[in-house]
Design a protein around this ligand. Sequence first.
Ligand SMILES: Nc1ncnc2c1ncn2[C@@H]1O[C@H](COP(=O)(O)OP(=O)(O)OP(=O)(O)O)[C@@H](O)[C@H]1O
Ligand SMILES: [Mg+2]
Length: 414
Amino acid sequence: MNNLISSLFNFDKKRLNQIEKKAKEVDALSSKYRSMSDDELKAMTPQLKERLITSSLDDILVDAFATAREAAYRVIGEYPYLVQIMGGIVLHDGDIAEMKTGEGKTLTSVLPVYLNALSGLGVHVITVNEYLAQRDAKWMGQIHEFLGLSVGVNIRAMTPSQKREAFLKDITYTTNAEIGFDYLRDNMVTDVKERVLRALNFALVDEVDSILIDESRTPLIISGGQRQTANIYISVDKFVKRLVEGEDFEKDVKSRVVTLTEAGVAKSEKHFQVANLYDLKNTNLVHHLQQALKANYIFAKDVEYVVQERQIVIVDQFTGRLMPGRAYSDGLHQAIEAKENVPIKQETSTMATITYQNFFRLYKKLSGMTGTAKTEEEEFLSIYNMRVMEIPTNRPIAREDLPDAVYGTKKSKI
Ligand SMILES: Nc1ncnc2c1ncn2[C@@H]1O[C@H](COP(=O)(O)OP(=O)(O)OP(=O)(O)O)[C@@H](O)[C@H]1O
Ligand SMILES: [Mg+2]
């Protein structure tokens, strides 16, 4: 084993031991909390809040977890296992808890969500779709409400005032897409009173690998008015297709830049009947030429994009997945549409944009859970400064998980 891996491994082991020790402190309070009446248990919330005035969240973790654990048992009849308490500690620490599917990540989240919500600064539980947000808000929300905390759901169909109300709750369940757009819209309001979000405090992201890694570079875009007509794309495309590489233009494959040669510039001036291509009044034309050159000589069909039902669909260069509905900006998308001879969509101007990666880094604390993250550990660490902790299963796994086997050809696979 190489040194880095073994030192990471030892670090994980040591940390897991510390986490287990802490989880056992929570477990040791079992009978004390079991013997409380409902009212006594509910009274823990104001008591813990009061302790927070002079102490930190870490200081009250053991009691807060024990409270939420007992409340979960009383409200939904499920008592978090020791490994779920461990997962909860990892989440509170702003890291990633890797727990195998079916181990009960949803219940695990209740412990750190309750603890962090005691600060009153807002906790966001982020899921991949609205069905899950609504399910978890209802399912887990009743535990928090039993303990006197307020719970809200933020979904697309809501009005700004409903959203604002949802984000004023102690705990808010929502999706990554919806809260991302709320953030963009908040940045476009003319009066800060119109904003729906408070300062971004703590987010707990379910299925964290799909949101923070797979989709991380996906930009969220709010578009504004329309800009160009289709004609110019087509006429520039036709012209560019007749140019000869090495003669009219040079291509630098590595930096993905195409530049017109002197001969190319002269041809353009003649074709578009302008005296000086690089005159200020021709900037628009130069821009279209640039995009058309890129579309024709840099962007390759079936590599960067595919043509599907007479539409250009972008291929994510990191995952290889199709991204329907996404478009290149700055007229490049239209230039590719002209190149492939498909209908040209109106270009819209971008009013506001952010990637999930940059959005989630705005949180004071970020944590996540998933069934599989260890393979992306390096990315989580370098981009988000989050460690991935593998939480053992509650009982030994009967299923045998084998590593992926990749073959060069179909024949060798069979
Ligand atoms: N401590 C517990 N006691 C009893 N049942 C539990 C406990 N924890 C979880 N469960 C049950 O286990 C099931 C799976 O839980 P959950 O959906 O949260 O798993 P998950 O880890 O999120 O899985 P996935 O990776 O598929 O999303 C649920 O039906 C839940 O009610
Ligand atoms: Mg789940």
